[in-house]
Design a protein around this ligand. Structure first.
Ligand code: PEP
Ligand code: MN
Length: 262
């Protein structure tokens, strides 16, 4: 069970040299979407050099409009695997349907996005796999609902779950979402699972990413997920919230003064 009552020691999730939980701090970085071989390899090398532990990139994108870029799908996964090989970084990418599950064979961490946090049948199936699951908080989901979704995965056997606070919907429209900082210490109290923060989707604004990333670290987060793009203005998705590799490198310097990144 996800509840601390039944399991007081922190769950540690380790892949290669990266780890989350139990005092281990991991950083996942990369573009919102995989756009080309060159794009993903370039950003992979740069975030690795800056000290990231994991590479992210979306191949299946949950866009609000069906007419927006939907991701490169199978081709995107293939490009991400090449970037994994070139950089040596383990990879994280989002699954949107179990019909695509076979494409995720060499993916290191499977992401369940905010929009699928309550796709219970998918959670039950992912509970049968032996890969860590990055479970993002739903757009309007409570802490209790997030924990119950983790419980769905655990109930079929998979206890390797990383929770991600990525901002929630509030009355405020100046930011894309509102980062629920209180969720971090609260979740850490309620569950032994690692808790990471995604300040990129929480704010939608690149300049707000570094200060909120630092706030997440000092609030007790076990890691970060940051969108990084070499040319944010030209990004096919989420350019406004993407920081450049240089900005990411500078953020990593501040973060490493606050936490030991693995
Ligand atoms: C993402 O991380 O690519 C993403 C779509 O985030 P979320 O599910 O939190 O909106
Ligand atoms: Mn995004």
């Amino acid at each position: 069970a996800a509840n601390r009552k039944f399991h007081t020691d922190d769950t540690v999730i380790r892949i290669g040299r990266g780890a989350f939980g139990g005092g281990h701090f991991g950083v996942i970085a990369g573009p919102c979407s995989i756009e080309s071989n060159e794009q993903i390899i370039e950003v992979a090398m740069k975030v690795k050099e800056a000290g990231a532990s994991f590479l992210r990139g979306g191949a299946f994108k949950p866009r609000t409009s069906p007419y927006s870029f939907q991701g490169l799908r199978d081709d995107g996964i293939r490009m991400l695997l090449e970037a994994k090989k070139a950089s040596g970084l383990p990879i994280v990418t989002e699954i949107m349907s179990l019909a695509h599950y076979d494409l995720f064979a060499d993916v290191d961490i499977i992401q369940v996005g905010a929009r699928n946090m309550q796709n219970f049948e998918m959670l039950k199936e992912l509970g049968k796999c032996d890969k860590p699951i990055l479970l993002k908080r739903g757009l309007s989901s409570t802490i209790e609902e997030l924990l119950m979704s983790a419980e769905y995965i655990m109930s079929s056997g998979n206890t390797q779950i990383i929770l991600c606070e990525r901002g929630i919907r509030t009355f405020e429209t100046a930011t894309r979402n509102t980062l629920d900082i209180s969720a971090i210490p609260l979740l850490k109290k309620l569950t032994h699972l690692p808790v990471i923060v995604d300040p990129s989707h929480a704010t939608g604004i690149a300049s707000l990413v570094p200060p909120l990333a630092k706030a997440a670290v000092v609030s007790g987060a076990d890691g970060l997920m940051i969108e990084v793009h070499s040319h944010p203005a030209a990004a096919l998705c989420d350019g406004a919230q993407s920081i450049t590799p240089a900005q990411f490198a500078s953020l990593m310097q501040s973060v490493s003064a606050l936490a030991e990144i693995e």
